[in-house]
Design a protein around this ligand. Structure first.
Ligand SMILES: O=c1ccn([C@@H]2O[C@H](COP(=O)(O)O)[C@@H](O)[C@H]2O)c(=O)[nH]1
Length: 231
């Protein structure tokens, strides 16, 4: 899958996620899905296996952030789940990233490093992290660090996708949440773009949650995003 749109399955139970996915049973190819903390903590690895067996491409968004040994052991365990993408925080540092890359061994699992959460403004980032770096400088720095350790791509706003490309390589993935369809109302996401803006800014994949999951007609919202993204 070259340019995926991952639907963020942010649901509280497996049944709610199943009901949602049922609406997509006639959509081919199957949408790629992202399982984050809410659903994973509620349902655990068994539900990940169920969705994988049903043929979904799975992005497990657990945002690992711990000492190198702990993260490496977690990556080793997760490779057995046969998910295709996994997140960890770039802020864990070079040694943590390096340990995660070593732990995935020969598996096809792609590791994605979260740079700065899309819910943060530049001012919030600067005050929390006690830095004078701009958002772009900080994201570029973390992306370059991840790239040098052999990580497969980043998670950032699409607003930083072009700067990330400048310090990494075209094949390094630039996956971007914080995507909203025109007309959506404001929420906790701060660094947002539409799918077509993300494409113009050199994102290589999108994560979309509420614009699809909370839409009156989720399949139509997904198709609209897909059309904008691929045009
Ligand atoms: O910086 C980040 C990292 C991860 N996310 C995750 O993506 C989805 C976005 O959902 P929306 O409903 O489209 O806002 C969500 O699961 C986040 O945990 C992110 O938004 N930003």
């Amino acid at each position: 899958m070259d340019h995926p749109i991952f639907i963020a399955l942010d649901f509280a139970t497996a049944d709610l996620a199943r009901q949602f996915l049922k609406k997509f049973e006639h959509v081919q190819p199957k949408p790629a899905i992202k399982i984050g903390m809410e659903l994973f903590y509620a349902t655990g690895p068994d539900f990940v296996r169920e969705l994988r067996q049903a043929g979904f491409t799975i992005f497990l968004d657990l945002k690992l952030y711990d000492i190198p040994n702990t993260v490496a052991q977690a990556v080793r365990t997760i490779t057995r789940l046969d998910v295709q993408y996994l997140t960890l925080h770039a802020m864990g540092g070079a040694k943590m990233l390096e340990a995660a890359v070593a732990a995935k061994q020969n598996s096809d699992l792609k590791l994605l490093a979260v740079t700065q959460l899309t819910s943060l403004t530049e001012v919030e980032m600067q005050s929390t992290q006690s830095t004078t770096l701009t958002m772009t400088q900080s994201v570029k720095h973390l992306a370059e660090l991840a790239y040098q350790q052999g990580i497969d791509g980043t998670i950032s706003s699409a607003l930083e996708a072009t700067p990330i490309l400048q310090v990494t390589a075209p094949e390094f993935l630039r996956i971007t949440p914080g995507i909203r369809l025109a007309g959506d109302s404001a929420d906790d996401q701060k660094r947002i773009t539409t799918p077509s803006q993300a494409r113009e800014l050199a994102a290589s994949g999108l994560v979309i949650g509420r614009s699809i999951t909370k839409a009156q007609d989720p399949v139509t919202a997904y198709m609209r995003a897909k059309k904008e993204w691929s045009e």
